[in-house]
Write a protein that binds this ligand. Structure first.
Ligand code: EPU
Length: 442
């Protein structure tokens, strides 16, 4: 089945929507519950497919999960954790990369773990070498097979000293989830310090972990013998909030994003202002709007926190097609995150992608045949088209383009967006978008 959305674009989005907890935190906090001897309670949980996937995996391992989607709560009881069957794990892993983070907690609880071939958005190679190196350094035995990876820790896991070659979000989380129960002290240098990771540190500290984070990207963890459950309210989804902000800008609209918070979005808000968008930060959320007149071209480079997030890049590029002049965007986190611009070009945008590191400092993808810089020339009116959603963020960008374009666009494969954008068609309705959704057979 492929989901299809017919979008009648060309109208500004206006109104109010709510964002709840961050997809890229909630899934990790759910895994952390595996480490507790007592149940956990997570609040502000969005109803998205990634949460359903992790719920399925936890249940397979004997964790009892009671969800109240309306209230946004998850009760997670890990008291009966057990080993799951390989085939079942494979079926449940779906398109997610989260299973790799089960390794540390399962090795502590069961002495073994199995990780299927991983999914996730196709936005580059997305290797897991950092994860496996980390697990090996803790003392895990790693055995790669055609169906996945078996891990064992017959002698338990021991604290270690690790330097990451790149501040990977997932690898830093892998280390945290493993080190908290390992024997002795672990030190990680070159750590990622995204707000979602800091909230995971909050959760682990509530459970009984001892973790310090220095200003120089060094994280130190003193392993403990026992962790308990936690009660925690997830931080807001700053990618979803920025996506709706970008949609407001690209369509010339005005959207109040209830639940959006300023501290995690400082870099996005600075950029939004430079492009010519306006925003008002309130206690309950952030209002994003197009003040009228021309938008301005900018030079932008994605980076790890506190830089401009790679996940903000794709939605904002659509708004940049409406800015006057030449914008330059240099993607330094993923080598292959500009595939989505082909559809925008088909809708009338003028975008050229380059292998060179344009407009900023050289990154690790320069001279390596990756089209990781883009030059966007605007403003160009967008016209309706037939589009296929490539990945989560690229898909939302296509949706924004369809909303900005005059005429009726057909956006196919729209269910990919459900992975990370809660109830997005209801939100589109609340913002006055004109569209109809239908499921068709391939
Ligand atoms: N990398 C390696 N080896 C590894 C791990 C990563 O070379 O073992 C490379 C990646 O190929 C990439 C870079 O390091 O070029 C950064 O990857 P990172 O590990 O930081 O990303 P991730 O943990 O796989 C999370 C989010 C992504 C988000 C990135 C960067 C989750 C589930 N995913 O991915 O979110 O883009 O951090 O902030 O937390 C999304 O939400 O659409 C999304 C893709």
């Amino acid at each position: 089945m492929t989901d299809l959305l017919y979008v009648d674009g060309g109208n500004p989005l206006r109104g109010e929507i709510t964002v709840r907890g961050a997809k890229n935190f909630v899934s990790k906090a759910m895994v952390a519950a595996l480490l507790g001897e007592t149940p956990s309670l997570l609040r502000n949980v969005p109803e998205i497919r990634d949460v359903a996937v992790v719920t399925g995996l936890l249940e397979l391992h004997g964790v009892r999960v009671d969800a109240d989607p309306g209230a946004g709560t998850l009760h997670l009881d890990p008291s009966a954790v057990e080993s799951a069957h390989v085939a079942d794990i494979d079926t449940h892993a779906g398109a997610s990369r989260i299973p790799i983070l089960f390794c540390g907690p399962l090795l502590h609880r069961l002495g073994e773990a199995f990780i299927p071939d991983l999914g996730g958005c196709r936005i580059g190679d997305r290797p897991i070498n950092y994860h496996l190196d980390i697990l090996r350094q803790f003392g895990a035995e790693v055995d790669k097979t055609p169906t996945g990876i078996y891990l064992r820790a017959p002698r338990g896991l021991q604290g270690t000293k690790i330097a990451l070659p790149y501040p990977s979000v997932g690898a830093t989380e892998q280390l945290l989830l493993t080190a908290v129960r390992a024997e002795g002290i672990t030190e990680l240098s070159g750590a990622a310090i995204e707000p979602e990771i800091m909230d995971l540190v909050n959760v682990l500290q509530k459970m009984g972990a001892i973790i310090s984070v220095d200003t120089d990207r060094v994280i130190r963890i003193e392993g403990v013998d026992r962790l308990d459950g936690y009660q925690h309210t997830a931080l807001a989804d700053r990618v979803e909030a920025a996506s709706w902000g970008s949609a407001a800008l690209a369509t010339g609209g005005d959207v109040f994003v209830r639940g959006a918070t300023q501290p995690e979005m400082t870099t996005f808000l600075n950029t939004f202002r430079k492009v010519g968008g306006e925003f008002v930060v309130q206690d309950e959320g952030i209002r994003f709007f197009h003040p009228g007149g021309d938008l301005h071209s900018i030079q932008l480079e994605t980076d790890v926190h506190p830089g401009f997030m790679t996940d903000w890049q794709q939605p904002l590029v659509v708004a940049l097609t409406q800015a006057r002049g030449l914008s330059i965007v240099h993607e330094t986190v993923y080598e292959n995150r500009f595939g989505f611009v082909d559809a925008l070009i088909g809708m009338g945008a003028t975008i050229q992608v380059y292998k060179e590191c344009l407009g900023g400092r050289p990154c690790r993808f320069g001279q390596r045949n990756f089209y990781h810089s883009a030059v966007i020339s605007g403003p160009t009116p967008l016209s309706a088209a037939d589009i296929e959603v490539p990945d989560l963020r690229g898909g939302f960008s296509h949706l924004i383009a369809a909303l900005a374009a005059k005429g009726t666009s057909a956006v196919r494969g729209i269910s990919l967006i459900d992975r990370g954008y809660e109830h997005f068609t209801e939100k589109l309705e609340a913002l006055g978008a004109e569209f109809s959704r239908e499921a068709v057979r391939d």
